[in-house]
Write a protein that binds this ligand. Structure first.
Ligand code: UD1
Length: 312
């Protein structure tokens, strides 16, 4: 049986994808160096093989690709910290850009059928166009965003140059179970849910809003992201293409807090702090292109937040 590779499969989004692939009865290999992923994110299954290692280890990649005949590669491994990419651009470049090329080289050589790459809305940077469309200008402002954009081009160009059926997905603000809330640069939903729960448990915590709370994001539930990944894998129209993955809805932090109050039944104190340097005021995706493949977000923000909250 042909096998599916998920790089970064022990991470937040990767582990949800792995779960779904196993449910479909597929054989899955996860390659993850556990730098931000965790073994306990992965389900137990005889159809799952875990390999601890980095996508920058070319010898390891050669071994894995010759041992398994991968049908599909889902490439989700990355150093996800934008902040670290600013402090250590060369180190994160090796993973976030060169790592992608190392994988593409193997995929090409070994005749992998589909290659799906997880890019980011960070490629749009501070461009003013709204909602963000795939053919809008990009202007990544951090090494993380630059590497995602470069990787994206290496990936989709592999279709035109070598016939590798490759696709890149620009994830907007993904949230859901197993997202890490421990760093100040974690996704805002994971941080806020953590504060609401701690407040409910009697802790003296606050919800800190950087700026006036009117900034908006396109918050997309992780299970919808998994559906987008699988849809692009199965679609012949996705070869050599880039797709936004969001909901097409714009939500302000103030609305997010209001919804969390309704779901949790508590109202922790909200403190307004100065805006973050370089913070983007508004962001949401135009998802027409992905919708044309049949994508429709399955979870409202309310539903997604409830599920995330109940899991915590
Ligand atoms: C995301 C990245 C960020 C990157 C940016 C560029 C994540 C978690 N963040 O940021 O590193 O620079 O894309 O595209 O992937 N906020 C609060 N209080 C908090 C935490 C955040 O008010 O405790 C605010 C932020 O200032 C921001 C909003 O919430 O305005 C969303 O923050 P975040 O979840 O970090 O996402 P992005 O800003 O989109």
């Amino acid at each position: 049986m042909k096998t599916t590779l998920v790089t970064g499969g022990a991470g937040f989004i990767g582990s949800h994808l792995v779960e779904e692939l196993l449910k479909e009865g597929r054989r899955v290999v996860v390659l993850d160096d556990l730098s931000s992923g965790k073994l306990e994110n992965l389900p137990k299954s005889e159809n799952l093989e875990f390999i601890e290692g980095s996508i920058t280890d070319r010898k390891l990649l050669r071994e894995i690709f010759s041992e398994f005949k991968f049908k599909t590669v889902f490439h989700l491994a990355a150093v996800p910290s934008v902040e670290l990419s600013v402090r250590e651009p060369l180190k994160t470049h090796e993973v976030n850009c060169n790592g992608t090329i190392y994988l593409l080289e193997e995929a090409k050589k070994r005749g992998v059928d589909r290659f799906i790459f997880s890019s980011s809305a960070a490629v749009y940077g501070n461009r003013p166009e709204l909602p963000k469309r795939e053919d809008h200008p990009v202007e990544p402002v951090t090494p993380y965003g630059v590497d995602k954009y470069a990787s994206e081009r290496f990936v989709v160009n592999s279709y035109f140059l070598y016939g590798l059926k490759a696709t890149a997905l620009r994830f907007f603000n993904v949230y859901g179970e197993r997202q890490d809330s421990s760093s100040p640069y974690s996704g805002v939903i994971s941080i806020f849910i953590d504060r609401f729960i701690r407040f409910k448990n009697g802790e003296n915590v606050t919800v800190d809003v950087f700026g006036d709370g009117r900034q908006t994001r396109d918050f997309v539930y992780v299970k919808d992201v998994v559906r987008a990944l699988l849809l692009c894998e199965s679609s012949n129209e996705a070869f050599g293409e880039v797709f936004n993955v969001g909901t097409g809805r714009e939500t302000s932090l103030l609305d997010l807090i209001k919804t969390l109050k309704e779901i949790t039944g508590v109202s922790p104190p909200v403190i307004f702090k100065p805006p973050r340097k370089g913070d983007i005021k508004r962001s949401y995706a135009d998802i027409t292109k992905l919708s044309n493949l049949g994508y429709k977000p399955g979870y409202s923000l309310n539903e997604g937040l409830k599920r995330t909250y109940l899991w915590e």
